[in-house]
Design a protein around this ligand. Structure first.
Ligand SMILES: [Zn+2]
Length: 287
């Protein structure tokens, strides 16, 4: 049966402590931790030569470790300026092409920020601009088997509640939701307390999306410090103030037969926290 995948985002502290230096060594590190996947961040821009992409792809295929991509942080589908939207389209397509070269099938992106608009205007702009994006490039996504994944965001000035991300994911066959539980928890001041809230999030997705999209959602998981406006900074699993806790989510994954792709975004301890998630999940799975 289809099992979930758990892995890390970016190079963590342990990766360097073990003497590793470059991304072509990442699949060996991931495999050594008995994990399944890695997310490559193009947060500051898509800059990677074709030859490097090719060697990374080969290294991951050799170890049978999956790779996903995070698109640049400056993507903003909520920008009212059409010229800026052309840039946003290009940043996302550059990421999609990079994903194809790397052998990745998922591209995560931040939908947008409000700028001077209110939440409703920003959502509507994002929705319209993203539908135009898939009108232009949807066939390319299908042909290359690549999913773009709008992410739930941690600050009250950003587009990306669970419901908004679910609505974006209805726009095209190749859009999957990226649920960042740390962001949801931070944005709504510690909303996630138990499996009840995790189940509510899954149910919200199910209200809009078919089984395939809900089961195969992309997940970012980390504990995150928050204030009045939401997210402040990513923490590690040693935090016991802000949360959210992974354990109740593991139960919801098993109860709903979900098969998500979970990426740890802990601050510096991605590998070891991903190992904890895999252990907790496996325990519930085998119960
Ligand atoms: Zn993100």
């Amino acid at each position: 049966m289809n099992r979930i995948k758990i892995g890390v985002s970016g190079s963590d502290e342990r990766f360097y402590e073990l003497g590793y230096k470059s991304t072509v060594e990442m699949p060996t590190y991931i495999k050594g931790l008995d994990l399944d996947c890695f997310e490559y961040s193009f947060g500051k821009g898509v800059r990677l030569s074709y030859d490097t992409r090719k060697s990374i792809k080969e290294a991951f295929e050799k170890e049978n470790i999956e790779i996903s991509v995070h698109a640049p942080y400056f993507i903003n589908f909520a920008n009212p300026d059409n010229e800026k939207i052309e840039n946003t389209n290009r940043y996302l397509m550059d990421s999609v092409i990079a994903a194809k070269d790397l052998g990745a099938s998922r591209v995560v992106f931040h939908p947008g920020s409000f700028l001077k608009s209110d939440a409703e205007t920003a959502f509507n702009l994002t929705y319209q601009n993203l539908s135009k994006f898939v009108e232009l490039y949807g066939d390319y996504l299908i042909e290359n088997d690549i999913y773009i994944c709008p992410e739930t965001m941690g600050k009250s000035s950003q587009v990306g509640t669970v419901e908004e991300v679910a609505k974006f994911s209805t726009l095209h066959r190749n859009i999957l939701p990226c649920i960042d539980f740390g962001h949801i928890n931070a944005r709504f001041q510690g909303y996630i307390k138990s499996e009840i809230e995790y189940q509510q999030i899954v149910d919200t997705l199910s209200n809009y999306l078919d089984d395939f999209k809900v089961k195969n959602m992309h997940v970012h998981f980390s504990k995150i410090e928050y204030g009045a406006k939401g997210e402040i900074r990513h923490l590690t699993f040693s935090d016991n103030v802000f949360g959210p806790d992974f354990e109740p989510f593991a139960k919801v994954i098993v109860d709903n037969s979900l098969t998500p792709y979970i990426v740890s975004e802990s601050a510096g301890t991605q590998g070891q926290d991903a190992v904890v998630m895999k252990k907790v999940y496996t325990e519930y799975y085998n119960k």
